[in-house]
Design a protein around this ligand. Structure first.
Ligand code: FES
Length: 63
């Protein structure tokens, strides 16, 4: 299922990014382009990223 329709980013892309250590929206946006157009996907993508990575939205990243 697509998380970001504008950039064609799926849930599996977000899961893969989280496995690679991406744990912030800015890093996810840099890697995938997610959220860089209409922005509708940002809130749900943030929730998904932090759910997958097991981090809280303000937790420090290890990258
Ligand atoms: S749906 Fe993600 S930027 Fe539009």
């Amino acid at each position: 299922m697509y998380v970001c329709v504008c950039k064609g980013v799926s849930e599996s892309h977000v899961k893969q990014a989280a496995k690679e250590g991406i744990c912030t929206m800015s890093k996810l946006r840099c890697k995938t382009g997610l959220g860089s157009q209409c922005g509708i996907c940002r809130k749900s993508a943030r929730q998904l990223l932090h759910q997958i990575s097991g981090t809280k939205p303000q937790a420090p990243c290890q990258l």
